[in-house]
Design a protein around this ligand. Sequence first.
Ligand SMILES: Cc1ncc(COP(=O)(O)O)c(C=O)c1O
Length: 291
Amino acid sequence: MSIYPIILTQSKFTHQDNLKYPFEERGLQFGDGIYEVIRIYHGTYYLLEEHVDRLFRSAEAIKIQLPFNKKEVTDLLLELLKKNNMTTDGKVYMQVTRGSAPRDHVFPDEVMPNIYAYVQDQVRNMEGLENGVKAITHRDIRWENCFIKSLNLLPNVLAKQTAKENGCYEAILHKDGLVTECSASNAYLVKDGKIYTHPSNNNILHGCVRMAIERFTKQLNIPLIEEGFSVEDISLADELFLSSSTSEITPIVKVDNLEIADGKPGKITRQLQQAYEVDASITENRIKHTV
Ligand SMILES: Cc1ncc(COP(=O)(O)O)c(C=O)c1O
């Protein structure tokens, strides 16, 4: 089933040899791939090992055989920073797809994964970190394998867009009223000195920052309970926050136009932010802790 040579692209007709993108690519056509976003501070990766481990877990879950082992991926990522003389705060985006092959749902017999990674600057969102952000609640309509960091992000994209259209930063996702996580971050509720968050099962992405938070709570002697909280619990919360590689540990101060406690970032959130800055060796632009 060979493809006829002339391809329609936008409103122009082009010979397929001249196309700038690989149109028969499984990531593009099926979302058949995985990715990672890793934070960089002062030109150094933060939580690199955790991210590389998760990349391999995701690959295994969708039966992609990476042509590298963990050490080789780590070395390539480190080399990428060096080659770009990266010394600032930023992030790397790394994507692995099953590869390029004639379009067919079943896996191609022999195909090499397509892999790319790029680095860009990313300043810390000091305004959100200091003062907190607003969120909406939104139905979680995703599939049952959210622990895989897959390219299939349409429900996440639509939820985050709805948040933006409502003047908010994030969408807190819930399945039948039980909060799973946010559209691009993990979600936590603080009540009576204890932190509650959804268990690390198939319904959420196992965040690398969440893993760091687990460490911080042990150091700080703050109970972290892996127990989901409900949308109704939010109105009674003492504190609410989210975590991700790009958003770090960000307080949520308003949900669906309702203030959380006094509408200011809470004490436990501040303690965790402080622990994060120490762990990530952040020396500049530190959060002014006001609580
Ligand atoms: C749906 C979802 N949950 C949680 C996270 C947080 O993961 P991490 O802490 O590894 O960045 C992300 C990050 O992109 C995400 O997309």
